[in-house]
Design a protein around this ligand. Structure first.
Ligand code: SF4
Length: 210
């Protein structure tokens, strides 16, 4: 595999062909923030918080660092006025969905994001796809997926698969940047365990026993 020489934040970097900017930066100790990225999964480029500025033939442009491959003599800036502005707005938008996410709060602090800039739509999920992709790509189970479209898009465990596969797994839980997954799983769990099976009375209350 051939070596690619580029510059990231003024540092000369030697990367391998096919590496992404996020990985090349990491190799020299520069962290580009990510939310939808996972080293075991195919690059996704969903959340765009990894936006960086690159200079191609003297022209600056913004690209997603987690999917953009290293190029010979590329000049990369992981922080700039434009980059920080994009990240700030992205964090503000995501906070409208997941206001309690600790990861988003840290990013908000870093980029001066206003948590109240956008009207709240607390679906708790920022659609990073980590849970869905991990289950499909690594576990090959497809127990969780996106349902609905547009602003109604949300994740859902599919009870017929989740009922068999998820009890001893739950590997996707710690990946979730908002904790949404736990909430969704609890919901699915309740759907999978009717009160009769749990020793309940079969009505919607939680107190009666047979
Ligand atoms: S539930 Fe969490 S991990 Fe899954 S897509 Fe939403 S934010 Fe990402």
């Amino acid at each position: 595999m051939s070596e690619i020489h580029l510059q990231i934040d003024g540092k000369d970097v030697v990367a391998s062909e096919g590496m992404t900017l996020v990985d090349a930066a990491k190799s020299v100790g520069i962290t580009i923030p990510t939310l939808c990225h996972h080293e075991k999964l195919e690059p996704y480029g969903g959340c765009r918080i990894c936006t960086v500025e690159v200079e191609v033939r003297g022209w600056p442009k913004l690209v997603a660092g987690c999917i953009y491959p290293v190029e010979k003599d590329l000049v990369v800036r992981t922080r700039s006025e434009k980059v920080d502005k994009v990240r700030k707005v992205l964090v503000e938008e995501m906070l409208a969905h997941a206001p309690d996410s600790e990861q988003l709060k840290v990013l908000a602090e870093e980029y001066g994001a206003d948590k109240d800039r956008f009207d709240k739509h607390p679906s708790f999920c920022i659609h990073c796809g980590l849970c869905v992709r991990y289950c499909a790509e690594i576990k090959k189970k497809h127990a969780v997926g996106f349902v609905d479209r547009g602003s109604n898009r949300e994740i859902s465990f599919f009870p017929e698969i989740a009922g068999k596969e998820c009890w001893d797994c739950k590997e996707c839980f710690p990946l979730c940047p908002t904790s949404a997954l736990q909430a969704a799983y609890v919901l699915a769990e309740s759907l999978m365990s009717p009160p009769e099976e749990a020793g309940g009375c079969g009505c919607s209350c939680s107190g009666h026993k047979k």
